[in-house]
Each structure stands twice: as C-alpha cells, then as structure tokens.
Design a protein around this ligand. Structure first.
Ligand code: MRU
Length: 373
C-alpha cells in the first residue's frame, strides 16, 4: 500500500532525482513521477502534481537542492528561487522554504552548497512530519472533549461528526496532514469518529484526495457536495469543523481553499466550533489583514468548465459549461479571525488572534506598530 511512502522522496540509488506521487490521477491511479531539475519541480508545483501548503514548501526546498546540483552559483540559485516562487502565489510555505534555503546556502562556498541544500530540505521535511504529528495530538484533545460532552451516558454511542474541506491530509504534507492529523489520531485511539468530506469544486480535492486517504486508513467518512454543508450543520449533523490553511496572518485570519469561508459562516450561525489546523510555517508574520493583503491565486478556467473522471477504466475529461459562458476561478478565500474558534498548531491550540499566536510563537511575532514601517 502506498502509505508506507511519504509524498516525496529521493530515488533510492540515485539521490540526484526527486520522486513524487502525481496527485492529478488520484484516486483512480497511483502514478509517481521523477523530477530531474528545478524547472521540473516548478512545473510540478504549477500543475498541482504536488499541492497543499506544507508539501509545496518542502517540494520547493528540494527544488532548490536540484538547482544547486545543476549549478550552485549565486546567480542560478537566485534565478531558481524566483522560478519556484512564481509557481503558486497563495501558500506562504513556498516562499518561506525557498527563502530559508537561500539564506542557508548563499553564505557557503559553491562547492559546499549541494550537500547543505540536501540536508536542509531533508530537515524541513522531517520538521513538517513532526509538526503535523503534534498538531494531531493537540487536535485530539478537542475531539476527546467533544466526545465527553456528546456521549455523557454511554461513551462513543454516537460518532463525533467532523467536517473538513479540500485536502489538508498527508497528501498535502509529508505525512499525517494538518486537518486530518487530529482525525487520524482520534481514529487510532479508538474514538468513534465520522468525517464529512466536502467535494471541493472545482478540482475536487475533497472528493478525490481526502476521501481516498480516509478510505485507505479505514476512517468512516461520507463525501458530500460543497453546497450540502450548511444543511448538515443546521440538522445537527456536524460537531466540529477542521480545515487547513495556505496562509494565515499574524492576527489570525485564515486563508484556505475557496469555499472555506462559507463553511465558517455556517458554523458560526449554528454554534459549531470551527478550527484551522496549521504548522507555524503557514503563518505570514508580515501580514495583518488577510482580506486586503493575501494574494489569491486565480487558476485556469478549464478547472471550472471541465471535470475529470473515470469512464469505464479510462480517465476522461468532459465539458460542463456552455462553451460561450465566461468563468472565474479563484483558488482560495479568507476566513476572518472572528469566525475561527481556534488555531491548532504544533505548539498547542490558541485563539485566532495576534495575542494568541504571539503567545505560542514569541520568537516569530513582529510588533504590530513595526509591521508596516
Ligand atoms: O490548491 P491546493 O490543493 O494546493 O489547496 C490546498 C488547500 O487549500 C489545503 O487546505 C491547505 O493547503 C492546507 S494543507 C495541509
């Protein structure tokens, strides 16, 4: 089974090659692809062969290693950094990982850079796995608390219904996932959970990737159309929402896959706790107002006009919309902090606020007054 792998790895006998799971074909086909250089890596990011904020960051860090292998000069590393950063604008992990690599490599002599880039990419990947594991441990406590209150008379009589959006699972990271990590921890600890997976139009990361992950792990789940989620909340069928994030501001605004904001609004209206699970690499400490400041990726109209699926045993794409109808395809939206019950990080759960995040990560927080100087 694929799960014994992470989402990317170096080829066993050829450590100058990076391999990825090409996520465009899941859940129907498990295809892997070899990335030979930095341009291959940028293309894999742009075309969403690898996707999800933490994975984008680690893949870009390995992309910088491939760049150093190609040519470890200052000029080429700078050029490669720009190429990688231009591939996707919203997830801050991308620029974060590339800039860390540059900071780490440029002071070294060119002949030392290849090994240093490799070591650093491996470290960022290992850190991500550990951060996601810890997010799971902290999120588990929230689920345990809900279980205690929901099943007072008979433990685990009713399942804890958790809703999620997009794929913030191990496929979006190196392992565990962010939003899914508390779910995997809860399932492994024997709690009775059930996950509502919203399909996540237009690319359907929920229906294809999250549903696949959960079924591989045998976590009870049900896929629903995005527009059913408010109804499920009104009917008392959701105990908790957990989503991931691509960039969160220092003040606690959460940017995630388009459609997240509508879930947060419906959760607020129905008194349902709404959490964002994210590693600190997803926090953009330089930003305050998510709506005004976070760049929102606009993607190819074809993701809206067409849909991919299995016809018999063949993957095919079919047109959905009239050829003449114009479409817009915003990839992400911003959920303002007052709709977020809490943020689950590797260091614990905090309020979605400047104070909450700064208390957990005092070394990263920038004073508000100096932010826009
Ligand atoms: O466009 P994608 O598939 O890269 O978007 C992914 C998401 O929005 C995830 O929810 C987010 O990256 C968190 S991943 C742990």
């Amino acid at each position: 089974m694929l799960k014994k792998y992470r989402t990317l790895w170096l080829t066993a006998d050829e450590p100058s090659l990076l391999e990825i799971v090409d996520q465009r074909y899941l859940p129907h086909e498990i295809r892997t692809q070899v990335l030979k250089n930095v341009s291959d890596t940028a293309a894999a990011l742009r075309d969403m062969q690898v996707r999800g904020a933490p994975l984008i960051g680690v893949a870009a860090a390995f992309g910088m290693y491939l760049a150093a292998l190609e040519n470890p000069s200052d000029a080429f590393l700078h050029q490669s950094a720009c190429e990688l950063k231009a591939s996707r604008p919203t997830a801050v992990n991308l620029a974060w990982a590339v800039d860390l690599q540059l900071e780490h490599l440029l002071p070294l002599k060119p002949d030392q850079r290849i090994q240093a880039a490799l070591n650093y990419a491996i470290k960022l990947g290992d850190d991500d796995v550990e951060q996601c594991r810890r997010i799971g441990e902290h999120g588990l406590q929230i689920i345990q608390e809900i279980e205690k209150n929901k099943n007072k008379l008979e433990p685990m009589l009713e399942p804890i219904n958790i809703m999620t959006h997009c794929n913030a699972g191990w496929l979006a990271c190196l392992d565990w996932g962010t939003a899914t990590s508390p779910m995997y921890h809860a399932h492994e600890s024997g709690l009775n959970i059930h996950v509502w997976v919203s399909e996540t139009r237009p690319r359907n990361q929920g229906a294809s990737l999250t549903a696949w992950e959960l079924s591989e792990a045998k976590v009870p789940h049900t896929v629903v159309p995005d527009n059913a989620c408010g109804h499920l909340m009104q009917k008392g069928l959701v105990d908790l929402v957990i989503v991931g994030s691509d960039r969160s501001t220092a003040s606690g605004d959460v940017c995630n896959k388009i459609g997240t904001y509508l879930k947060a609004l419906a959760a607020k209206a129905n008194n349902i706790p709404f959490y964002a699970a994210l590693p600190s690499s997803t926090i953009d400490w330089t930003m305050d107002d998510g709506l005004k400041e976070i760049p929102i990726e606009q993607r190819d109209a074809k993701e809206v006009t067409h849909i991919q699926g299995l016809v018999g045993s063949e993957l095919k794409e079919v047109q959905l919309t009239p050829k003449a109808s114009p479409v817009k395809n915003f990839g992400f939206d911003v959920t303002p902090r007052d709709l977020v019950t809490g943020i689950i990080t590797e260091r614990g759960v905090c309020q979605a606020s400047r104070e909450g995040l700064a208390a957990l990560f005092p070394e990263d927080a920038i004073e508000e007054e100096t932010l826009h100087e």
